[in-house]
Design a protein around this ligand. Structure first.
Ligand SMILES: Cc1cc2nc3c(=O)[nH]c(=O)nc-3n(C[C@H](O)[C@H](O)[C@H](O)COP(=O)(O)OP(=O)(O)OC[C@H]3O[C@@H](n4cnc5c(N)ncnc54)[C@H](O)[C@@H]3O)c2cc1C
Length: 422
C-alpha cells in the first residue's frame, strides 16, 4: 500500500489504530479547536497559554501518553544525587482543573491534514482548527550499530527522563569498584547541547564519592562541544584523572556496541563497559514524519510564529523543529510555545499578535555549587530564528559567582515548570 498524508503510519505502537473511530469531544460548542500533541516543555506551555489567554474562547485538547512528565532538565542532577526523581515529575492535573484543558492520555498516531483530524492509538479521532506538535525527539535507527530500542534497558540513553534516568543511575550505583562507564555521545544537532557533558560531570560526582577508582570514557563524534572549556576546566579541578574523552580524531565517531557482552568497539579497539550510556543521533518525534511534515530529520518552521512550512494550520515547537539557531532545549521550547500560542490565538480569535522574540539559557552543574551557563537572545528572519546576542560563563570564575549561577538555575527550574503546568 502506498502511504500518503491521508493515511496513518502503521508502525510499532502506531499499528493499533483503527480508522473508523469516534471523535473525542467532537461537538465543541462551535468554539475554535486547538489540539496540542505532546505535553512537554513546548506542548504543555502552549496549551496552558492558549487556554489561559483566550478566556474560554478556544477549546484546547492536549494529547500526551504519560500521566507524569519527568523533565529531562535536572535529570542529570538526579543522577548526581542533587535531586530526588519525584522532584522532577509533574502531572497534568492543574492544566485540566484550573485551565479547562481537555487532557487526553494517549498516543497521537497520525494526522489527516485534509480532514484536520488527529488519530489516537486508542481509536479516537480528534478534530482541530489548529494543531500544535511538540513531540520532542526520537532516535535515528542504526545510528550506533548494535544499539536499538530493544537494547535500551542494557545500554540506557536516559535522554527521555523517568524510568531511563532511574535505570542509568541504578547501573552507575551498582558498578564494580574501579569499573568503567562509557558514554557514546551524539552528533549534532541533538537535544540539550551541554546535556551529555553535564551528565559526565554528575556521574563523576557520584563516582568520586562511591567508587573513586572508577573511570569515565566518552566516545564523541564531535570536534567540539558546548561550554567545552568550562567543562574541561571543571573536570580537571574536581575529577582529575577520572574522565577521558575520545573525539573524532581518536575514533570517537566510529563506534559500535554489543549489549550482550557489554563491549564497545571504538575504532577497532574493544572496551569492556560496566555501564554503557548510548545517546544516539536524533530526529523529530515520529508523529512529525507520520504527518509528512519533515525534511530530513527535522520539521521546518517559519521562525516568525513556529508555523510548519508545509501546513499553515500546524505549528511545530521545541526539539522537533528545524528553526535555525536556537539549541534544542526546554527553555527554547517554552519560549517558542509562547510565540506560537499568541499566533494561534491571533489566527482564531483576531487577538493582537506582537513580533516574535525568543531567548534561551542552559545552566549546567559541574560539581557541588559549581554552576555554569550559556545563553542567547533571538529574533526571526525570513530564513530562520537568528541569534542576536549571546553570553557564556567564563573559565576561572570565583566560587561565589558559580554558586549564584547554580542558585539561578534552581529558580529557573521552579519558574519554567510552573509556566508549563500552572
Ligand atoms: C539530560 C538532559 C538534560 C537537559 N537539561 C536541560 C536544561 O538544563 N535546560 C533546558 O532548557 N533543556 C534541557 N534539556 C532539553 C529539554 O529537556 C528538551 O529540549 C525539551 O524537553 C524539549 O521540549 P519538547 O516539548 O520539544 O519535548 P519534550 O519536553 O520531550 O516533550 C515531548 C512530549 O511529547 C510526548 N509525545 C511524543 N510523541 C507523542 C505522540 N505521538 N503523541 C502524544 N504525545 C507524544 C512525549 O511523551 C513527551 O511528553 C535536557 C535534556 C536532557 C536529555
Amino acid at each position: 500500500m502506498t502511504l500518503n498524508r491521508r493515511n496513518f503510519l502503521g508502525t510499532g505502537a502506531f499499528a493499533a489504530a483503527t480508522l473508523a473511530a469516534p471523535m473525542v469531544r467532537a461537538a465543541s460548542h462551535g468554539k475554535p479547536k486547538v489540539v496540542v500533541v505532546g505535553g512537554g516543555a513546548g506542548g504543555a506551555t502552549a496549551a496552558r497559554y492558549i487556554a489561559k489567554d483566550s478566556n474560554g474562547e478556544i477549546d484546547v485538547t492536549l494529547i500526551e501518553p504519560t500521566r507524569m512528565y519527568y523533565t529531562c532538565f535536572f535529570s542529570n542532577l538526579y543522577i548526581g544525587g542533587f535531586r530526588e526523581l519525584s522532584s522532577i515529575g509533574h502531572s497534568y492535573g492543574k492544566l485540566a482543573s484550573e485551565y479547562g484543558i481537555n487532557v487526553v492520555h494517549d498516543w497521537a498516531i497520525g494526522v489527516d491534514r485534509d480532514a484536520k483530524t488527529v488519530s489516537l492509538a486508542g481509536g479516537a479521532k480528534v478534530p482541530y482548527d489548529r494543531l500544535i506538535l511538540s513531540p520532542g525527539i526520537d532516535f535515528v535507527d542504526g545510528a550506533v550499530p548494535g544499539w536499538d530500542l530493544s537494547t535500551q534497558t542494557k545500554m540506557p540513553h536516559a535522554y527521555k527522563a523517568g524510568t531511563q534516568s532511574e535505570l542509568l543511575k541504578d547501573q552507575i550505583m551498582a558498578m564494580p569498584e574501579g569499573g568503567t562507564y562509557v558514554m557514546v555521545a551524539p552528533p549534532n544537532p541533538y537535544r540539550c547541547p551541554p546535556g551529555p557533558y553535564e551528565r559526565v560531570s554528575m556521574v563523576a560526582h557520584v563516582l568520586k564519592e562511591t567508587n573513586p577508582t572508577a573511570k569515565i570514557l566518552i566516545a564523541d563524534p564531535k570536534d567540539k562541544f558546548s561550554k567545552q572549556a568550562l567543562f574541561e576546566e571543571g573536570w580537571q579541578k574536581h575529577y582529575g584523572g577520572m574522565i577521558e574523552r575520545l573525539g573524532p580524531d581518536f575514533g570517537g565517531g566510529n563506534v559500535s556496541v554489543n549489549a550482550d557482552t557489554m563491549e564497545v568497539n571504538i575504532d577497532g579497539e574493544i572496551v569492556k563497559a560496566d555501564v554503557c550510556n548510548v545517546i544516539p543521533a536524533q530526529k523529530a518525534g515520529a508523529i512529525c514524519d507520520a504527518a509528512a511534515l519533515t525534511e530530513g530529520n527535522w520539521a521546518p518552521v517559519d521562525g516568525h510564529n513556529m508555523q510548519s512550512r508545509m501546513d499553515e494550520n500546524i505549528y511545530i515547537l521545541g526539539d522537533s523543529s528545524n528553526q535555525g539557531d536556537m539549541p534544542k532545549s526546554g527553555y527554547s521550547a517554552n519560549s517558542q510555545a509562547k510565540v506560537a500560542a499568541m499566533a494561534v490565538r491571533g489566527s482564531l480569535t483576531g487577538s493582537r499578535v506582537f513580533p516574535a522574540k525568543y531567548s534561551n539559557t542552559c545552566w549546567s552543574l559541574i560539581a557541588t555549587d559549581d554552576g555554569v551557563k550559556v545563553g542567547a537572545s533571538y529574533e526571526p528572519t525570513d530564513e530562520k530564528i537568528a541569534s542576536v546576542s549571546s553570553f557564556v560563563s567564563q573559565t576561572g570564575e570565583d566560587a561565589d559567582m558559580r554558586k549564584r549561577t547554580y542558585e539561578e538555575s534552581i529558580g529557573w527550574y521552579a519558574g519554567i515548570t510552573s509556566d508549563m503546568f500552572g
